[in-house]
Design a protein around this ligand. Structure first.
Ligand SMILES: [Mg+2]
Length: 319
């Protein structure tokens, strides 16, 4: 028997199940072909991470395999964190969630049929960077899209808890949830003092450090992809394969001014605006005067007052 190469992890509930038919369509294409594959369906939060761990540790520990994710950004994040050795895996993702910023970040758009052709064909894989965040308690976590502290993380937390989200998703209005929650959060959240330090690489290749104190920090995001929160273009020019993160944060403004800045953030033309800090780096550290909520790829990481983020160059291959 031919050795199995394709391992499919699907989350039929991502995006509130809107893309259920798409998942079934792709699974049927595999079924009809004579390609050896194994398909797993996630049944609870954390299951995709468990499955990715089991596949790469127990089922196929010593060979190169192709993991196909049919799910949302949360599922992708779980799979990245579950894989034991990233160098032995080729990853493909068909987005079926409500945000889909991971695939958006790669600027790829495919029909299920085109996806199947690309994944099972002889395409050369390409590498992308991943991020690793370290906390003061010694724990760490991988991310593909972004990590953030403050307003964007608070909005993620509220959206995850919101009773409205499944309903709005069904009406295709997931974006509206984020807009309303962002405005509400901006006016109710606590602003903090914050110190950041990050590496800068000059044209000549010299490494220097940028250190800044930010008063009344609203949020600070470190991005691998160009958008987070379901298409909010925090870093319009960001590439996932340039060995650099884009940072974007807001600080030192009144709540009203923050509110006035939101439209330009949504449109992605916020660069250079007063109170908006943007830059590029591959190593970033942040300390706040009191703990604030942190997210990685939209997943709640709890309240933190310290984080260090490293760019893992060309960390995983994708098709
Ligand atoms: Mg980049």
């Amino acid at each position: 028997m031919e050795e199995c190469k394709y391992y499919i992890i699907s989350n039929n509930l991502s995006g509130s199940g809107r893309e259920y038919r798409t998942v079934i369509r792709i699974l049927k294409m595999f079924k009809k072909s004579d390609i050896p594959y194994k398909a797993y369906m996630t049944k609870y939060k954390g299951h995709a991470r468990f499955l990715a761990g089991k596949i790469t540790k127990d089922i196929a520990p010593d060979r190169e395999i192709h993991i196909i994710v049919l799910g949302g950004d949360g599922t992708v994040n779980e799979v990245l964190n579950g894989i034991v050795d990233l160098s032995k895996v080729i990853l493909s993702v068909y987005p079926t969630g409500s945000g889909n910023d991971f695939i958006r970040g790669l600027r790829i758009k495919r029909t299920p049929e085109e996806f199947f052709e690309a994944v099972t064909g002889e395409k050369e894989p390409f590498s992308i960077d991943l991020g690793k965040i370290y906390f003061a308690d010694g724990t760490s976590h991988l991310f593909g899209i972004s990590t953030g502290i403050g307003m964007d993380a608070l909005v993620c937390r509220k959206a995850g808890n919101s009773l409205l989200k499944p309903i709005l998703n069904k009406l295709n209005a997931g974006k509206l949830t984020y807009i309303l929650l962002t405005i509400e959060t901006l006016f109710t959240m606590r602003y903090v003092q914050c110190d950041i330090a990050y590496t800068l690489l000059s044209e000549s290749g010299e490494v220097t450090y940028q250190k800044l104190h930010l008063d009344r920090m609203i949020y600070m995001a470190v991005l691998n992809a160009y958008a987070e929160g379901g298409g909010v273009k925090m870093a319009p020019g960001a590439k996932m394969n340039d060995n650099l993160f884009n940072i974007c944060g807001a600080h030192g403004m009144t709540r009203i001014r923050g509110f006035m800045t939101l439209p330009s953030l949504a449109r992605g033309n916020h660069k250079g605006k007063r109170g908006i800090h943007t830059d590029e780096t591959y190593s970033f550290t942040l300390k706040t005067s009191s703990p604030m909520v942190v997210h990685t790829d939209g997943e709640d990481m709890g309240e933190r007052d310290y984080m260090h983020v490293e760019c893992l160059f060309d960390a995983i291959r994708m098709v």
